[in-house]
Design a protein around this ligand. Structure first.
Ligand SMILES: Nc1nc2c(ncn2[C@@H]2O[C@H](COP(=O)(O)OP(=O)(O)O)[C@@H](O)[C@H]2O)c(=O)[nH]1
Ligand SMILES: [Mg+2]
Length: 391
């Protein structure tokens, strides 16, 4: 940036919102999934083609045979501007539309970068240039982010939607281990073609919004350099959202699934838990056979299972981690967490029993176990066996 001399005012370099750009967009394919976007798609395409005038840019609409005639409108535009393309097919959901669109952009159009965005003007077409500029600076993936400094949400979002989005994001970041990304559910990104190929986008099975998480997870694990660029997210003015309960459910299941499959830590954690149960019951039986009273045998068996679990976690589940501190201290922490888990599940069990006196005790016990196990896992993973390796 030019130095600011006394008497001068600081010039802030914001790109002129309407000026067309010849360079941003060269070899870039804008991929836009649509379902019933007739009121939006023509203004969007006109705006994009006006802003990104490079002859090598392409504007690919992936429409799932929208009953409102979105496809026909795109076909008409495509007849006038060869850079506009339409990919049509039966409805297989937002995620699969992206899979088809991105694969087509890479394989058929030979794009060197892809910009993904919604058709409803939630993502400002002019802001795509900022994403492409940062891609040109060396990033592999640039996320249009609502949750970094300078980014913002539509002020019309009600508090429930804000909370869902923010906590959904946090949940995905920690559970699916998408480290360092503030907005991992954003649907506005610029991605280099090589990074998309390395992520094997064509194998993604997601149908709904969970596609964003799956894609980002794959990109990061394929070694992509990811940066975030602040954006303002605007609510759609025309047409209706297709985000439904099913999409939200798919999202939560996917996040856990990513955790399970990509890390194996959780799987090892579960197996260790099972071994702990066997140690507990086995040692209880042996102690009884040795003539120890059951009221003494029970806590001894519990402690033996805690010790065996601790050793398995220390030397197996979390063996890859760099851990500072003494093993003895970790052992004490592990014991404390086990006690806290017991206290929590017991408190929930008692609370639920008071609230639902007629419910089956086994069901209530099962309900009490779930949050307790989650607490147990998270506390041990992030505290007892905390990984201190630099990230
Ligand atoms: N091809 C295709 N596009 C979809 C589908 N569902 C949503 N879209 C498009 O995906 C983008 C984001 O969807 P939207 O309903 O705005 O979701 P929201 O922004 O989360 O409320 C829009 O451009 C939609 O038209 C679908 O089933 N198939
Ligand atoms: Mg939208």
């Amino acid at each position: 940036m030019d130095p600011v001399h006394p008497g001068e005012t600081l010039r802030v370099d914001t790109p002129p919102a309407l000026a067309p750009s010849k360079t941003a967009g060269a070899g870039t394919c804008f991929v836009v999934p649509t379902y019933n976007e007739a009121p939006n798609i023509v203004p969007l395409l006109l705006r994009l083609t006006g802003l990104y005038t490079d002859p090598d840019a392409a504007f690919l609409v992936v429409d799932d045979e929208s009953p409102d005639g979105t496809g026909r409108l795109v076909r008409e535009l495509a007849a006038a501007d060869g850079r506009v393309r339409l990919l049509e097919g039966p409805r297989r959901g937002f995620g699969q539309a992206y899979v088809r669109g991105m694969t087509y952009a890479l394989e058929t159009l030979g794009a060197n970068a892809v910009v993904q965005m919604d058709a409803d003007f939630s993502h400002d077409p002019a802001a795509a240039r900022l994403l492409l500029d940062r891609l040109a600076d060396g990033a592999d993936v640039v996320i249009g982010s609502r949750y970094v400094a300078g980014g913002s949400l539509d002020p019309r979002w009600h508090v429930g939607r804000r909370l869902l989005s923010r906590w959904g994001n946090r949940f995905a970041r920690y559970i699916a281990d998408i480290r360092g990304v503030r907005d991992c559910t954003s649907g506005f990104k610029a991605i280099r073609a090589e990074a998309l190929r390395a992520a094997r986008v064509e194998d993604i099975r997601a149908r709904g919004h969970t596609f964003q998480i799956m894609l980002l997870h794959r990109l990061i694990h394929a070694g992509a350099r990811v940066v975030e660029e602040p954006i303002h997210f605007r609510d759609r003015e025309r047409g209706r959202t297709k985000l439904g309960a099913r999409s939200i459910l798919e999202f939560f299941c996917t996040v856990w699934w990513l955790r399970l499959t990509s890390h194996r830590v959780l799987l090892k954690y579960g197996l260790t838990g099972l071994v702990g149960v066997l140690v507990n019951l086995g040692s209880f039986r042996i102690l009884l056979d040795l003539g120890v009273h059951k009221f003494l045998a029970s806590p001894i068996a519990v402690e033996l299972s805690i010790v065996s679990n601790f050793l398995m976690h220390n030397y197996w589940t979390f063996a890859d981690r760099v851990m500072i501190g003494r093993k003895r201290v970790r052992g004490l922490k592990y014991n404390a967490v086990s006690m806290a888990t017991l206290a929590l599940s017991y408190a929930i069990f008692v609370g639920l029993s008071v609230l639902f006196p007629r419910a089956s005790p086994v069901l209530l016990q099962a309900c009490a176990i779930v949050p307790a196990v989650a607490l147990n896992y998270l506390t041990n993973s992030y505290w007892t066996f905390q990984d201190t390796a630099p990230k």
